[in-house]
Design a protein around this ligand. Sequence first.
Ligand code: AMP
Ligand code: MN
Ligand code: MN
Ligand code: MN
Length: 283
Amino acid sequence: MQVIDLHTHSNISDGTLSPEALLALAAERGVDVLALTDHDSMHGIERARQAAEQHGISLISGVEISSQWSRPATKKSYSVHIVALNMQNPQALQIVIEQQQQIRAERAERICQKLQQLIKVDLYPEILLEVEQQPDRITRSHIAKALLKNGIVSRLQQAFDRFLKEGEPAYVKFDGLSLEDTVRAIHEAQGFAVLAHPTRYDLSATNTRYLIELFAQSGGDAVELAPESDPLSTRQMVDRMIAQNNLKVSIGSDFHGDHMPWLKLGQTPRPRPEQVGIWESFA
Ligand code: AMP
Ligand code: MN
Ligand code: MN
Ligand code: MN
C-alpha cells in the first residue's frame, strides 16, 4: 500500500519545517506521494520538488486557498479552505494567489491593531521577523505564537479561544475568493479542487451537508476524508455526502510540525473500497 499525504504545510506558511526538512521527514515516515499545500502560497513547491527527487518521493503541487461561502437565506458568510492539487498550469492561479496574499497581509495588520488595543503591546514587528518581513505570509498561527512568546497566553489554543477565533475580540474575517470562484480558478490552472477538513469548521451537521453539496454543485472534485479521531457518525455522514454527490476523496494529515503535534505526517485515513481517490486522476 502506498502512503499518500495530500495536505501538508512548510514554514513558507505556518508549518515549522522548511520544505527540505518536510520532505526529509516524509521519507523517514515512508511517504510515497506528498502534496505541499501552504496557505495561499506556492513559493515552497520548487524547493520541495527538488528535495522530493532526492528522496524518491512523488511531489504533487498544491496550495490551500482561504475561501468563503454563504447560504442564500442568510447574509452570514462562512470561511472554508479549498486545497488545489496537481496544477498543470499553475501560472493561471498566480493572480488569484497574489490577491489572496494581499488580503492576508492587510488582515494581519488589522488583527495586530485590534490586539494592541486589547493587550497594549504591538506584536506586529516581531511577527514580521518570523516571516522574513513578508506580511503576506502571516497566518493566525504566527500571531498565536507571538501571544504565547509574550506570556499573554499560556497555550497556543488559548490565543485562538481568547482572541483570534470567530466571535473573539481580535478576529478579522478573511475576505477571500468565493468558493465558486476558487474552484473555477483551480480548474483554469488544470488542477483539482478539494474541500479541506469538512468537519473542522464549527458548522452544524446541516450546514456541513449543505457545504459539501454546494461544493459539488460548484464543480469541486474531491472531499478530504474525516480523520479517525472524529466520531464514527461524523465520518459516516461525510462518506454519505461524498457518495451522494459523486465526489472523489482526498486524504491528508494537515501536518504543521511540532506546534500541532497531534497531526502526524503521513497518517491519513483509509478510503473505503468504493471510494475513488483523487490521486488516481493525477497525470
Ligand atoms: P489563517 O489562515 O490565518 O486564518 O490561519 C489559520 C490557521 O491557524 C489554520 O490553518 C491552523 O493552522 C491554525 N488554527 C486555526 N484555528 C486553530 C485553533 N483553534 N487551534 C490551533 N490552531 C488553529
Ligand atoms: Mn495552518
Ligand atoms: Mn485548513
Ligand atoms: Mn492546512
